[in-house]
Ligand binder design. Structure first.
Ligand SMILES: Cc1cc2nc3c(=O)[nH]c(=O)nc-3n(C[C@H](O)[C@H](O)[C@H](O)COP(=O)(O)OP(=O)(O)OC[C@H]3O[C@@H](n4cnc5c(N)ncnc54)[C@H](O)[C@@H]3O)c2cc1C
Length: 241
């Protein structure tokens, strides 16, 4: 009997990367770092033979991914009995321009997670999740908000997916030209790409003199969004220094 390393997701035919497999990682830390550095994921599942791939916001607690949506959503209601799902997060980090069309590439970090997605029933786990969707991104924010109404809670479904298997794939390097192409006289290199926080635009109804709370410091103008999200995840999981 093989003993599964608890730091790794099990590797199966479903999550084993084939092409450029040296870019693949199966450790929880690598997968979580990619998930936590994004707000946006794509959730894919099949309903009655039809594939759907829905962009939405996600958050992670331990080894469970969460996302939420309207109770009126026909697609989300189909998840009720539990449905096999694949959640993907990807970051574009650089444009890689080579000396041949074939060797053009991209620097990226991507994670794919597999599991069974289910709707949380009414109760404490759902209530906690409805606050988590705010506090995970904006530390301590729920404490200052008006309470959730019963109607709002009823109108919102929260979906949870324990991650059964996952993989990460990362490209973070320069141009991968063939040696014989290196003297070809054309510009080649990497153009870095990142998502950066802009200047905040306060709502006109904010009382005069009210400053942005210090807990939003990770979202300072000019900061990288992925850095801000990693910092707020550390606070959410209680790992902040
Ligand atoms: C921004 C970006 C640009 C890309 N551009 C290209 C491109 O132009 N051409 C190209 O061939 N590929 C590209 N890729 C890589 C692509 O996502 C796949 O990795 C690749 O097409 C197929 O890999 P495979 O045959 O090993 O995996 P498959 O056989 O398709 O999948 C097997 C398993 O490997 C794992 N896996 C595969 N890909 C990923 C991934 N990206 N992240 C995490 N786990 C993964 C999954 O668990 C999957 O179930 C790009 C990725 C990103 C994020």
């Amino acid at each position: 009997m093989t003993v599964q390393d608890p730091n790794l997701y099990p590797v199966t035919p479903r999550n084993r990367a084939k092409r450029v497999s040296e870019r693949a990682r199966y450790d929880r830390a690598a997968v979580h770092a990619i998930l936590d550095a994004a707000m946006l994921c794509h959730v894919a599942y099949v309903i009655d033979g039809q594939p759907y791939c829905t962009p939405t916001l996600h958050w992670r607690r331990g080894d469970t991914l969460y996302w939420h949506g309207s109770s009126a959503s026909r697609m989300l209601r189909h998840l009720k009995p539990g449905v096999a799902a694949c959640v993907t997060v990807s970051h574009l980090d650089g444009l890689v321009l080579a000396r041949s069309g074939f060797n053009h590439s991209a620097n990226y970090r991507a994670a794919m997670c597999f599991g069974t997605a289910r709707i949380l029933p009414e109760g404490p786990e759902k209530e906690e999740a409805l606050w988590a969707v705010v506090d995970r991104f904006y530390p301590e924010r729920s404490a200052g908000l008006r309470p959730i109404t019963g109607q709002e809670a009823k109108a919102t479904m929260v979906i949870a997916m324990p991650i059964d298997e996952a993989s990460a794939k990362v490209r973070a390097k320069g141009v991968g030209d063939n040696p014989e192409d290196l003297t070809h006289p054309v510009w080649a290199g990497v153009i870095p790409v990142s998502t950066v926080i802009g200047a905040a635009e306060p709502c006109p109804h904010v009382p005069e003199g009210m400053a942005r709370p210090a807990t939003l410091a990770p979202y300072a103008e000019g900061a990288r969004l992925d850095d801000a999200l990693r910092q707020t995840q550390a606070i959410y999981e209680g790992e902040a220094p």
